[in-house]
Design a protein around this ligand. Structure first.
Ligand SMILES: NC(=O)c1ccc[n+]([C@@H]2O[C@H](COP(=O)([O-])OP(=O)(O)OC[C@H]3O[C@@H](n4cnc5c(N)ncnc54)[C@H](O)[C@@H]3O)[C@@H](O)[C@H]2O)c1
Length: 254
């Protein structure tokens, strides 16, 4: 009988950067519930401690360690703290992200740099620093459907996420065959980053509900299945790929 790989992260060690809020936190908790040891990290120690407690509630082991993805040394220190505790890392999720909502001609250099620094440069630093120490496993970058779209007042965000997709493709070549690198491209997901804009009755929300094939925004938990799949051995022949989880928004046409 052939053996069919399972969609599970049971027994793996995962690091989720940007793992204390929104999509990243949902992924961290889904991993923990499924049997992985999980380090959910971001800049604030209190947020890290809060998520760590919920990770432990699932019976998973963790390490409380902060990192700022705009500070390469802090990612390296976080990585080393994880290695000291667990010896190796099987899964890295890069979910830290910010956006600046400004018209192109009014955009400040500071806003451009801030978004590129967190969303693109931060993903580069983490992929490289973890890529150097991961003997095998899976890296998952949380990109966005915006990488392929011309979104209103979101130029640096769209540019950064396009860069993340290119980084994903190119890093997948360099880290093959032992480490796979993929991206998830969510559509509109209710999180602390978006809850105001996507609130019931807003103009944007009406547009989303009209155009998304599934006719609604996503809950953050709806992104976690794709993350478990990409982290698991069930996706062993998938690398350099960007998986859209957007309720059909991007492919919808008249
Ligand atoms: N919510 C959506 O609709 C949506 C859609 C597509 C893609 N995304 C992407 O999903 C990811 C998560 O977004 P979210 O909606 O969950 O937002 P969120 O604000 O809830 O979470 C972002 C996380 O990143 C962390 N973070 C921000 N700057 C950081 C830094 N410099 N160093 C370390 N951590 C930092 C925050 O502390 C937080 O934990 C982002 O990359 C975002 O671009 C979100």
């Amino acid at each position: 009988m052939p053996e069919y790989p399972k969609v599970t992260v049971d027994g793996k060690t995962a690091v989720v950067i940007g793992g204390t809020s929104g999509i990243g936190e949902a992924i961290a908790l889904a991993f923990a519930e499924d049997g992985a040891d999980v380090v959910a990290t971001s800049r604030r120690a209190d947020a890290v401690a809060d998520t760590a407690e919920r990770v432990r509630d699932h019976g998973a082991r963790t390490v409380e360690t902060t990192c700022d993805v705009t500070d390469r040394d802090s990612i390296e220190a976080m990585r080393d703290a994880v290695l000291e505790e667990f010896g190796s890392v099987d899964v890295l999720v890069n979910s830290a992200g910010v956006a600046a909502r400004t018209e192109f001609l009014d955009l400040t250099v500071e806003d451009w740099n801030r978004v590129i620094d967190v969303d693109l440069n931060g993903t580069f630093h983490a992929c490289q620093l973890f890529g150097r120490v991961m003997d095998e496993g899976s890296i998952i970058n949380v990109s966005s459907m915006s990488a392929d779209l011309a979104r209103e007042r979101l130029l640096p965000y769209c540019a950064a996420k396009s860069g993340v997709n290119a980084l994903t493709r190119c890093a997948s070549r360099e880290l093959a065959p032992d480490v796979r690198v993929n991206a998830i491209a969510p559509g509109f997901v209710m999180t602390p980053l978006t809850e105001e804009e996507y609130s019931e009755g807003s103009e944007l929300r009406r547009g989303i509900d009209e155009r998304a094939v599934l006719g609604r925004v996503a809950e953050r938990e709806e992104i976690t299945g794709t993350a478990v799949y990409l982290a698991s051995d069930a996706s062993s022949y998938t690398t350099g790929e960007v998986l859209f989880v957007d309720g059909g928004f991007t492919r919808n046409a008249l």
